[in-house]
Every structure is written in structure tokens, then in C-alpha cells.
Write a protein that binds this ligand. Structure first.
Ligand code: IPE
Ligand code: IPE
Ligand code: MG
Length: 253
């Protein structure tokens, strides 16, 4: 018999000031940045920051789940991150397995579904294997969707979509006239997902770094100087609370 593992509540999460009753973002996307600087500040190798960052991932998953966020998309590795030293890339590519080894049981117990966006086939075989196992194992869970952007690049995604659309037009599967924004979205990795309501980036950088360029067209942005390994439930909740105060106008009045 399996025991229900509760998502641990931090002190501040019990703070009555935090109200998740209304206007909770359906989809939160996060650019998890600052692992290298976190390590450098401590005189540690950069990879120590990546290792520490894994714990922050789970803290945010728990907070998202508690606040009833439905989709959490985490930018874990960009198509541009291949420009890093091989030793750092090799280290990062082992992290999904480590993360899932420790936390997959907790994800299962809490009904979390694991998915990815990005060029999955170009990942190392061992990374694909570990992630694919988690995807299969969690595929019927209907709680929080934990969506990792792994080897993700928005321009590549859009180029692939255009190529596929052209192919479908030449193959008479779709007509040029029927192409609209909704149909275009179906050719993206994020097919079936609502656009992010809230984008969070840690580490003080204020740029998108090729993340979800199409999907973030009308998202709310929230930035913090906190480096990713220091990210926790409180800071996540701060972002949610800030979002809850915002007025989204979509060009209207
Ligand atoms: C984010 O932290 C993690 C990845 C991009 C994989 P960084 O490694 O970019 O950390 P900084 O920005 O160098 O501090
Ligand atoms: C963006 O962070 C990619 C991820 C968080 C996975 P980077 O650290 O790679 O972005 P830049 O280089 O600062 O734009
Ligand atoms: Mg960075």
C-alpha cells in the first residue's frame, strides 16, 4: 500500500496573507537562471550550482501544486546551451535522471504528469531514457503538468512549424487559406497547452533567451535577482501574489 506523501508547507506558505483563492495563473513558465553565479559566489565549480538548482525545482513544483497552478513549464536547457563546455553539458544532462530518481515517487503520489518540450531526439540517449520513463509512468496523472523545456529553442520551434506547415500544404493536408494563429499554434511543441499567464526569470537578467517567443505574446513578466538555487516556495508565492494584482487588458481598455 502506498502512502500519500504530502507536499511540505513552508512557514510562509501558511501565512494568511497568501490567498490562492482567485486569479491563480493557469500556466507559469520559469527561466531558471543563475546556477553558475550561485556557485561562483561560493568559490565552487559552476556545476555545484546546477546540482543545488535541482532542489529548487522541487520546491517550486510543490508550491505550484499547492497554489493550484495547472501547468509549470521550466526552462532547463536551451538550444544555445550547447555552446557551453562539454563537461558542464555532460553534467547537466545527468540531472534529469538524478531529479527523477529522488522525486519521481513524490511526483506520482501527488498526481503530477511529466512532459517535455524541445528537440527531445537530440538529447543524449541516457537522458532521453530517464525522462521517457517518467513521462510513461506519469502519463495518466491529471494533476499539475510539469513541463520541462529540454533542448528547447523558440526560433527553432517556429522554423520547424513553418517547415511542417509548408509540407502539409504541398501534401494537400491543409490549405493556405485555413492557416491562422490557432492552427499555427498546433504545430508548436506547446500544442494543447494554454499560453503561459506568468513568466518568471531569476538571477536579475531581463531577457527571454529564446524562450517561448510566440507563446509569451501576452504573458505577465516577473523578475527577481534571486539566483535559481536560492529559489523557494516563498519567492514563487510572491510572484503569484504580484500576478494576482495585475490587470490584463489584451489591448482593450
Ligand atoms: C541556468 O543557470 C541553468 C542553465 C542554463 C542550464 P546558468 O548556468 O545560466 O547560471 P549563470 O547564468 O551562469 O549564473
Ligand atoms: C536561459 O539561461 C536558458 C535556461 C535557463 C535553460 P541562459 O543563462 O542560457 O541565458 P543567457 O545566456 O543568459 O541569455
Ligand atoms: Mg544563465
Amino acid at each position: 500500500m502506498s502512502m500519500k506523501i504530502p507536499f511540505i508547507k513552508s512557514k510562509q506558505q501558511r501565512n494568511p496573507m497568501v490567498s490562492f483563492s482567485d486569479n491563480v495563473p493557469n500556466h507559469v513558465a520559469i527561466i531558471m537562471d543563475g546556477n553558475g553565479r550561485w556557485a561562483e559566489q561560493r568559490g565552487l565549480p559552476r556545476v555545484a550550482g546546477h546540482k543545488e538548482g535541482v532542489k529548487a525545482v522541487m520546491k517550486v513544483v510543490r508550491a505550484a501544486n499547492q497554489s493550484k497552478v495547472k501547468i509549470l513549464t521550466l526552462y532547463a536547457f536551451s538550444t544555445e546551451n550547447w555552446n557551453r563546455p562539454k563537461s558542464e553539458i555532460d553534467f547537466i544532462m545527468k540531472l534529469p535522471k538524478e531529479f527523477l530518481h529522488v522525486y519521481l515517487p513524490e511526483l506520482m503520489e501527488n498526481n503530477v504528469r511529466v512532459e517535455t518540450i524541445g528537440d527531445f531526439d537530440a538529447l543524449p540517449a541516457h537522458t532521453q531514457k530517464a525522462v521517457q520513463y517518467a513521462k510513461n509512468k506519469t502519463k495518466d496523472n491529471d494533476g499539475l503538468l510539469l513541463n520541462f523545456a529540454l533542448n528547447y529553442g523558440s526560433r527553432y520551434e517556429i522554423m520547424q512549424a513553418i517547415k511542417q506547415i509548408m509540407d502539409d500544404i504541398y501534401g494537400n493536408k491543409v490549405t493556405l487559406d485555413s492557416l491562422n494563429e490557432e492552427m499555427f499554434s498546433k504545430y508548436l511543441y506547446t500544442d494543447g497547452l494554454s499560453d503561459p499567464d506568468l513568466l518568471i526569470r531569476t538571477s536579475g537578467e531581463k531577457r527571454l533567451s529564446n524562450f517561448l517567443l510566440w507563446q509569451l505574446a501576452y504573458s505577465e513578466f516577473w523578475f527577481t535577482d534571486v539566483l535559481w538555487p536560492d529559489m523557494d516556495e516563498n519567492i514563487f508565492n510572491e510572484a503569484i501574489q504580484d500576478y494576482q494584482k495585475r490587470k490584463r487588458r489584451y489591448g482593450g481598455i
